[in-house]
Design a protein around this ligand. Sequence first.
Ligand code: SF4
Ligand code: SF4
Length: 388
Amino acid sequence: MRLAPTGKNLRFYQRRFRQARMVARAIQSKHHPVLAHIIPMRRCNLSCSYCNEYDKVSEPVATGEMLRRIELLARLGTQIITISGGEPLLHPELDEIIRGIRAQGAIATIITNGYLLTPERIARLNRAGLEQLQISIDNVNPDEVSKKSLKVLDKKLEWLKEYADFDVNINSVVGGGITHPEDALTITRRAVELGFETTVGVIHDHGGQLDPLKAAERSVYDQILAERKPGLFAFAYDNLFHRNLIQGLPNEWQCGAGSRYLYICEDGLVHYCSQQRGYPAIPLEQYTREDIDREYSTKKECAPFCTVSCVHRVAMIDMIRNQPRESLFRLFPPEQPGGPPSLPPSVRLATSIFLPENGREASGARRLVRRAAMRVLGLRRGDGGTQR
Ligand code: SF4
Ligand code: SF4
């Protein structure tokens, strides 16, 4: 049970409030990016065999340039900025970059292989204002495919549990030639034991695409879903995207890359995502609201078998935004055929406040609650309408 909101707990509630505001703003308007990945460092200290996102030679991007890019992203209205790589902890002034993100009002998160974490480094990340850290762990023991291994990283996880003021997510993976698929279950169990959030991803090929899972991988995947306690969106995500992908079936969805999601490479160019670099490859300073609006509905041929989960998650917000009731049925299927969607309490509350009731005008009391909620969340309009 969570204690009274003091110290660490207060920061926990502040993060939840900022996340709720992010979702509310993303639902209110489609004209800004929800999430951007930025790359301050292409170099990595590891060499995972499936990875096409690192090199062994590049220098860190100058901190002043990173702060300029963060300001440009903030001007476009970007709500979450995730520092990725390569290995971002290799950047000598990472803390300044995190501070820069917070100073612009965006949510600051990082994806790291965790190798360089120490108690002192975690304390610095706390002080800089980091809000979430994700480590993807591929196996229990290092092998020729990956050295992102539980055996190597377990002490780092214990330090994170003890010292981190930010949310920690441990991502395990299935597919992609990982030698021991059952390792993903061991990793998930350890993460749950330490009290971290968990996700499970499917490893894509160099084009961001996926082969169907083999029987042993599928069995591990099902067991992970049965044992873990997923967050709200992880649960919905599994219902929607993974269910098809693990069977090798396509997903029907609108990829918002280049619009609701931006990938800013080390050269400061905007790309669709890490797997589709080269499109549209426009310098960030020249990227405009017109580009964002165009890419919102640009059809991407790679979408049906895409495994880039962060772009899927952003798309889920737009599904709710564009077709609220249909999407809630897809994301939270009814327990009984013909029944209502099985909404978690927080989603039920949010929908009762913000969504119209079968096209009918909301009652006076509900309008008052909606206006108050929008004011608390800092939304611009006082009438509860969306900026279409
Ligand atoms: S640690 Fe991450 S960036 Fe580095 S090689 Fe492995 S997957 Fe790629
Ligand atoms: S569908 Fe979108 S996120 Fe997925 S690989 Fe293609 S451009 Fe990237």
